[in-house]
Design a protein around this ligand. Structure first.
Ligand SMILES: Nc1ncnc2c1ncn2[C@@H]1O[C@H](COP(=O)(O)OP(=O)(O)O)[C@@H](O)[C@H]1O
Ligand SMILES: [Mg+2]
Length: 230
């Protein structure tokens, strides 16, 4: 494997919450490498640390120890090596949360464009990009509508458009298809896979949905704070 193709490189990452009697060891020693174009599923029972690991890769939660490198850049080695984690996230990471997290007072189009504003895109280019993505996700006809009027599936696709807007090479998703029926879930996974190929991105998805297991290159399991391929 060409080293430059490794977009996520997690080494010996541990995470515990609390101390003493209340200490929970969510991750003990996790190693994970994901390369460009790869779409992987992160599996494991409830409480096995899936969200914890995703949040660490997404730079929104501190590991207790270990190293994290993203797109060839060491970003955590016992401590964060970048002062501005928000900027790092904007540049490299698209996060699709379990609940869609859209801003209720903005239209679908504005919910996507706001991320591009923050990333410094001129607003006309941001709008064009937002509409292009909404069209691609077959929700362009709902661009001027606010989230309250969108169906669950439409809102989730708008949230996916927002996560992909800045062309991140690392896409993280926490049960992105949980709110969708089976055929919509397949559609969303197909779209994510197509985007991963086109943008040479990688995708790590937490899922319990056995109906979409065939859409992944690799299934990895979290158990007792460790990852295994079986
Ligand atoms: N903020 C927190 N404070 C204390 N314990 C937590 C916190 N977040 C998660 N945990 C615990 O860490 C373990 C892993 O949680 P989580 O990563 O949410 O698992 P999963 O997403 O696989 O259900 C669980 O035992 C959970 O109770
Ligand atoms: Mg979780």
């Amino acid at each position: 494997m060409d080293h430059a193709d490794i977009l996520i490189d997690v080494a010996s990452v541990a995470k515990h919450y609390g101390e003493g009697d209340t200490r929970v060891d969510a991750l003990r020693a996790v190693d994970l490498q994901v390369k460009a174009g790869e779409v992987i599923a992160l599996l494991g029972p409830s409480g096995s640390g899936k969200t914890t690991l995703l949040n660490i890769i997404g730079c929104i939660l501190d590991p207790s120890s270990g190293q994290v490198a993203l797109d060839g850049e060491m970003v955590f080695d016992g401590k964060w090596l970048r002062g501005d984690l928000r900027r790092l996230r904007l540049e490299k990471i698209g996060f699709i949360f379990q609940a869609h997290n859209l801003l209720p007072f903005l239209t679908a189009e504005e919910n996507v464009a706001v991320v591009l504003d923050l990333a410094g895109w001129p607003s006309s280019k941001g709008r064009a990009r937002a509409n292009e993505l909404l069209d691609y996700l077959e929700v362009g006809h709902r661009a001027k509508v606010k989230p309250a009027l969108l169906s669950g599936g439409e809102a989730q696709r708008v949230a996916i458009a927002r996560a992909l807007a800045n062309k991140p090479r690392i896409i993280l998703a926490d049960e992105p298809t949980a709110a969708l029926d089976s055929s919509r879930a397949q559609l969303v996974m197909d779209l994510l896979r197509r985007l991963a190929e086109e943008q040479q991105a990688c995708i790590v998805t937490v899922t319990h949905d056995e109906k979409i297991f065939n859409r992944f290159d690799r299934l990895v399991h979290l158990r007792d704070g460790r990852l295994s391929d079986r």
